[in-house]
Design a protein around this ligand. Structure first.
Ligand SMILES: Cc1cc2nc3c(=O)[nH]c(=O)nc-3n(C[C@H](O)[C@H](O)[C@H](O)COP(=O)(O)OP(=O)(O)OC[C@H]3O[C@@H](n4cnc5c(N)ncnc54)[C@H](O)[C@@H]3O)c2cc1C
Ligand SMILES: Cc1cc2nc3c(=O)[nH]c(=O)nc-3n(C[C@H](O)[C@H](O)[C@H](O)COP(=O)(O)O)c2cc1C
Length: 572
């Protein structure tokens, strides 16, 4: 409800289709619908009447949102502005603003340009980006409302916070600016709930418990292939790389995808864990992480499947090696890129036994090497993921068909690993929540997969998307994959890790505080700044962050400089 003048407010009533039908609203006239809403919301209307702005809709005031997206906003002497060019769901109340700004931009751009067509081009270039951002926020907001039942499990305070930040446009810091009392109170409540002293702290610094493993904060260094191993053995590069990120403050550190066999590697530079030499090399890195930091260390294991035998990440990624290729395995004999990639062999039951045992062997080595946690890579189109997606699994036997059949082999591997991996140490699965391609995983598939992994003993799900097929069409944006982590967490009831373009402390704070995920993984930000969490702690004046002792003078200087910069800007 938004007050637009002294005596009029805009009221939008949203409901799920089944609720709407159950109350017979599909058969009501506009007047009857209004009478129904007046009685339903009488407590909140304080005696005011509802009126409709939709009398022209002949009979009903109800409508479905029409999402309009245009690739081209002008043609000869016709130009689109406002709702004709783009619509944004009413939930964020910005359609009029967008339309007015379009008009201003159109006038300014055409007036400034050498000719009208150039002006129209400039107008579209300027406005389409802004429209996309608002459409993305509006979609988040719409999905939040349409799936509000999912959030009924949140406690009322968290529900309110999640409602306020649901579009992902207003984050923790912005909310604090608007109502610092509310946010500080809320932070204290979150802290109490997490069992830390009753003091407000940024939500990213709340501790978290996963099985028997305690994490100091909610920041995760996401798995990132380094392509620097020789014969699968991690070397000095890896010690430096993981060492730097462990002392950089994140609560949880992931290894890159470490392959369970030589032919399960993506590239010749991938790390592996199929022999003692590799185990011992990992043990050295684990020992450093444990000795010098409070970070917990998770090994990600996987098998490349049909995406194996390819070039290093900074060469032609996903393209086959020029020489020395090895044979590939997959659920179905389909190449990743037609005419480019090698064609894999369809796995036999014997291949499945061998791969399952390789995963178990790697897990045993991981235990010996001292890892705190293990993750199975069931995402990004690698072997286990390619069993899950109908785009890559075309089998007609026991292991292909409906989602239960496609899950069969990945679940068998997961359960075999769970059987030897101690209950106290968390076991995770990384999944691709959708394929961004027609005919890919459905929402029902996703929920079935998440539910099955939970039942098979997963402690947490690491929720990524895509990379299943080469012609995927993902929709990128800030925190773009978080809605999937949110859905799984709150519908299936399992902790989740959100990942994907989460790059500001404010993103992490907002996601954690709203209960959209339990942990936030950052990949690329940790490539440019291994100490991302230390920097975020200094920026937010969080004093309880543990810094390596040799770095304490750096901490003091950073905090001083940030303080000076804040004073120079003055109060916002
Ligand atoms: C329920 C609801 C609540 C909303 N709440 C808000 C809010 O709180 N804040 C906000 O900013 N936005 C809100 N909006 C969105 C906002 O109303 C629209 O985004 C905005 O009106 C778009 O302006 P426009 O000029 O592009 O289109 P419109 O306002 O739709 O104007 C188009 C005009 O063209 C006329 N027309 C259509 N066809 C023809 C024709 N062939 N010949 C001549 N005329 C024609 C139509 O009758 C209409 O008057 C809401 C929308 C809805 C439906
Ligand atoms: C260089 C690089 C290597 C990656 N390697 C892996 C990997 O080994 N395993 C994996 O699951 N994801 C891998 N990813 C994906 C990241 O973990 C992460 O999901 C993705 O980059 C999105 O996060 P970001 O927006 O914070 O970068 C890699 C990403 C990058 C940039």
């Amino acid at each position: 409800m938004v007050q637009v003048s002294d005596d009029v407010s805009t009221v939008i009533v949203e409901t799920r289709e089944e609720t709407w039908q159950a109350h017979g609203l599909d058969r009501c006239t506009g007047e009857q619908s209004i009478a129904f809403c007046e009685s339903l919301f009488a407590k909140y209307l304080g005696g005011y009447r509802l009126m409709s702005n939709a009398n022209h809709l002949r009979g009903s005031a109800w409508l479905n949102f029409n999402r309009v997206l245009c690739g081209q906003w002008h043609h000869q002497n016709i130009v689109l502005i406002g709702d004709a060019a783009h619509t944004a769901h009413f939930g964020i109340g910005s359609g009029t603003k967008l339309a007015m700004e379009d008009a201003m931009s159109l006038v300014a751009r055409v007036a400034r340009a050498d000719d009208v067509q150039a002006g129209l081009h400039a107008y579209q270039a300027e406005r389409s980006l802004e429209a996309l951002k608002l459409q993305s926020a509006a979609r988040n907001r719409m999905e939040w409302f349409e799936n509000v039942a999912r959030y009924a499990i949140l406690e009322p305070r968290q529900f309110a916070y999640a409602l306020l930040t649901g579009s992902q446009r207003i984050g923790h810091a912005n909310l604090k600016l608007r109502d610092s009392g509310f946010v500080e109170d809320y932070e204290r409540w979150l802290a109490r709930r997490s069992g830390v002293p009753d003091a407000a702290r940024p939500p990213m610094f709340l501790p978290f418990q996963l099985a028997g493993m305690g994490l100091a904060n909610r920041v995760v260094v996401s798995p990132m292939a380094q392509y620097k191993a020789v014969d699968g053995v991690p070397g000095d590069w890896h010690l430096m790389h993981y060492g730097a990120r462990a002392i950089g403050g994140a609560g949880l550190l992931f290894t890159e995808m470490t392959c369970v066999s030589p032919s399960g590697r993506i590239t010749p530079g991938c790390t592996g864990l199929w022999n003692e030499a590799q185990r011992d090399a990992w043990r050295r890195i684990v020992a450093f992480v444990h000795a010098e930091s409070s970070a917990k260390f998770c090994l990600q294991i996987g098998h490349s499947g049909r995406k194996g035998s390819t070039q290093l990440g900074w060469e032609r990624i996903d393209y086959p090696l020029d020489a020395d290729n090895w044979p590939l395995l997959a659920p179905s004999a389909l190449p990743y890129m037609t005419g480019v990639s090698q064609t894999p062999r369809e796995m036999t039951r014997g291949d499945m036994d061998a791969v399952r045992d390789e995963f178990v062997r790697a897990a045993r080595f991981a235990l010996d090497a001292g890892f705190d946690m293990l993750e199975l890579h069931l995402a990004h189109g690698y072997l286990l993921a390619s069993f899950l997606s109908p785009l890559t699994n075309r089998r007609r036997d026991h292991y292909g068909g409906d989602v239960a059949a496609r899950l069969r082999f990945p679940l068998e591997v997961f359960s075999a690993v769970r059987a030897i991996w101690p209950g106290q140490r968390p076991l995770s699965a990384r999944i691709s929540a959708c394929d961004w391609s027609e005919g890919g995983l459905s929402e029902e598939d996703l929920l079935a997969i998440a539910g099955a992994l939970k039942r098979a003993g997963a402690d947490v799900l690491d929720v990524s998307t895509g990379q299943t097929v080469a012609d995927q069409r993902p929709v990128y944006g800030r925190m773009w994959q978080t809605p999937f982590a949110d859905r799984i967490r709150n519908e299936i009831g399992i902790p989740t890790i959100a990942v994907g373009n989460i790059f500001e402390a404010d993103h992490v704070n907002s996601i954690i505080a709203a209960g959209r995920a339990d942990l936030c993984a950052l990949a690329r930000p940790h490539l440019s700044n291994p100490a991302w969490t230390l920097s975020a702690a200094a920026e937010q004046k969080f004093q309880e962050q543990c810094w390596p002792e040799p770095y304490l003078s750096g901490k003091a200087q950073l905090e001083r400089n940030l303080e000076r910069a804040a004073q120079a800007v003055g109060p916002v």
